[in-house]
Design a protein around this ligand. Structure first.
Ligand SMILES: NC(=O)CC[C@H](N)C(=O)O
Length: 392
């Protein structure tokens, strides 16, 4: 049992970079932490949020008022650790209740040294961020609580999110393989820029053997696994800071390509579109996105602070042929997907793997499989013709 019950911790202060501050109680570890203040509207799935590497260097404010009800279990983590740099909740659960829980959220945050704050008006913080935009923040508790000016000064010297190259800080150092479930149909090289655990699983259950490679892998390392397709994962930081060599090489060769979130931004940049920072981003599991080809609306999981700047209503000419915006967010018309018309490549800004979130967009993994199948069909007659020519 914990020494202090959640909500009973020592005094804590949350200080935003524009000087607004909120007083509450220490939650999770006691100390100080910094990051970009963002809010998530997911009512469930906090364990997946906490362990999503895309949240590296972000302090996440939960708009759901009551957090921790189902504790923490050994199955729902999306990576081996918590990545958020700080956690802000209004009313932490005092007694977690789920047959799957093995510990409380408060204990888990402390075990992993994640500084949080509770007992603050998370609606007021969210409204402030919506009006003023995402900004740097600090949480101070225990002996780190100081006079307001000193705390604010500490917040204002932190690195901003714009320009941050963070994928190398979260990605795997060593390649690993997630085997296909059942008969293997395809091999995919997945660049880990901060990949969530569910993503290779969604591919594996479709007969894909997934070779997860460090995000810094070279073109040679990617092609050494003889991939039928290349996957670009989600990940933290500013896409403008990321290297595009592999993405360009894959487009050049015409290997089927699928990207998610950070991967969508990298595809966009490789096509020559810009990326920009949204005022406060999309984070939650209830965002309406329209597939413009079918008109169908999906309710989807999001976690992005940047977006691609591509024309919504015209087909664009890019160095890799024609490209169009395939999906759009119905809340704010932000670009949520890209598709190339002359090459087998597409991407989405949101999370078809869900975890947490609805499964409306799972069809995108099937689309990737179809692209690889079509490519293999096209390659086959060509290979047979070549063999025939060699025999003659
Ligand atoms: N989940 C992601 O891949 C996030 C991508 C990028 N870091 C952003 O904030 O927009």
């Amino acid at each position: 049992m914990s020494a202090t019950r959640p909500g009973q911790g020592s005094p804590a202060v949350l200080v935003l970079e524009d000087g607004r501050s909120f007083r509450g109680r220490a939650y999770g570890a006691t100390g100080e932490t910094f990051g970009e203040a963002v809010f998530s509207t997911g009512m469930t799935g906090y364990q997946e949020t906490l362990t999503d590497p895309s949240y590296h260097r972000q302090v996440v404010v939960m708009t759901a008022p009551h957090v921790g009800n189902t504790g923490v279990n050994d199955e729902d983590a999306e990576s081996a650790r918590i990545w958020v740099s700080g956690y802000v909740v209004r009313d932490p659960a005092r007694v977690p209740s789920s047959w799957r829980a093995t510990r409380s959220l408060d204990e888990e945050l402390r075990r992993q040294g994640v500084v949080g704050i509770s007992g603050v008006d998370t609606r007021a913080i969210t409204r402030h961020l919506r009006e003023r935009g995402a900004m740097r923040v600090g949480i101070f508790s225990g002996d780190r609580v100081a006079d307001p000016e000193a705390m604010l000064a500490r917040v204002r010297v932190q690195e901003p999110m714009a320009g941050a190259d963070l994928a190398p800080e979260v990605a795997t150092g060593e390649p690993y393989v997630v085997p296909a479930v059942g008969a293997k149909r395809f091999t995919v090289a997945a660049l880990d820029l901060g990949i969530k655990g569910m993503t290779p699983r969604r591919m594996a259950e479709r007969g894909i053997e997934v070779h997860v490679l460090p995000g810094t892998a070279s073109v040679e390392e990617v092609y050494a696994v003889q991939p039928d397709g290349v996957f670009l994962s989600n990940g933290p930081g500013d896409p403008a800071a990321a290297d595009l060599t592999v993405v360009r090489a894959v487009l050049e060769r015409g290997t089927p390509l699928f990207g998610i979130c950070f991967g969508n931004q990298l595809l966009g940049r490789a096509l020559g579109f810009g990326t920009y920072k949204l005022k406060y981003g999309h984070r939650g599991i209830n965002q309406p996105v329209q597939d413009r080809a079918t008109g169908r609306v999906e309710v989807t999981a999001h976690n992005h602070g940047f977006a691609v700047d591509a024309p919504l209503d015209t087909v664009a000419d890019t160095p890799y042929g024609r490209a169009e915006v395939s999906h759009v967010c119905l809340n704010d018309r932000v670009v949520e997907g890209l598709r190339l018309l002359d090459r087998p490549a597409f991407s989405v800004q949101y999370h078809p793997e869900a975890a947490a979130g609805p499964h409306d967009a799972a069809y995108l993994f099937d689309r990737f499989v179809r692209l690889m199948a079509e490519q293999a069909e096209q390659a086959e007659p060509a290979a047979q013709a070549e063999q025939g020519a060699q025999r003659a």
